[in-house]
Design a protein. Sequence first.
Length: 352
Amino acid sequence: MKCKLLLTSLFVMSAIGSYAQIQNSTALQTNANFNIDGTGSARAFYTSDSTISSGRGHYIIRQKGSFRWAIGTFTTENGTEGQGSDFSLFSYNNGGSYRGNYLTILRTNGAVGINTSAATAQLHVNAQPTATVAKFTLSNIAETNAALTITNGTSSPGNFITAIVGRSYSPTRPFGVILTGEAEDLAPPANEPAAAAVVIDGRSKVGSRLSVGNVFTVASYANPLVVVKADGSMGIGTLTTGTNKLAVEGTIAARRMKVTQATPWPDYVFESSYAPPSLQAVEAFINKNKHLPDVPSASEIAEQGQDVGEMNTILLKKVEELTLHLISMQKEITALKDSNKALEEQVKKIQR
């Protein structure tokens, strides 16, 4: 009996069921099919279907007669090492039509793409416009109480605002998100003077530094508490810093405050060439203007505020001028006392 078989089969029947054992190393049969109604096992399964640009399913899961999922390859081979035939997971609609490529692993570098076949990072998630990009939860706490979420901070169509939301669950401890930066404890080098354990770098979308926008804002339910502007100024309790580097809406409490400025300290008042204004001139100025010379008026302070360093300089100058007047008056008093004493001596002599 002459038979040329490309597929050699050995069938072993038993009382408890039917099994098929196939041992073959020949070439694939054209348009061949096989069906197994039961559970199958093998040392290895090999598929060799060609890969096309739109993807090819090698292992297909059917449900109710239609495709549901497929594991296969995506992108055709191009002859270059590691290029093409990326691993993919495909999905199908109820009728079996192609739905989408939900997972791809690039053969070139192992990058994983979720909802994208062209990953540009080791993990690239391409979310739907209204979907949450990523969420991390704990199995023992409801996600409404504990979750780290990356999402779109706006519902405006075609816009995206990166929003990272941390929902912490710690009933006796008021923590939300803890950001810790671990760095080498070294002095910043000259070429990186702003190096720090935690760096917040605000940039414009064109890749340059911000010039008019805010770099950093601390808010509570959209109510701004602290803002750092692009010019380096900071507002606490206010968004308007004006020409100030620090603007505070409220009071400041400090144990010490040191002010350094270029205004000359008024030691020149004690130079021999300095002539303080006479008390008569000061009195005339007060009667006319209702404030001391060189001192801002109440209306000026109300409108422009006061420079603490400059005001201390002005007040010290007035104290020094007053000191000079007191010294001068003390000299006059001493001279009068001496004169009175001399007159008293003369009177005593006359009375004798």
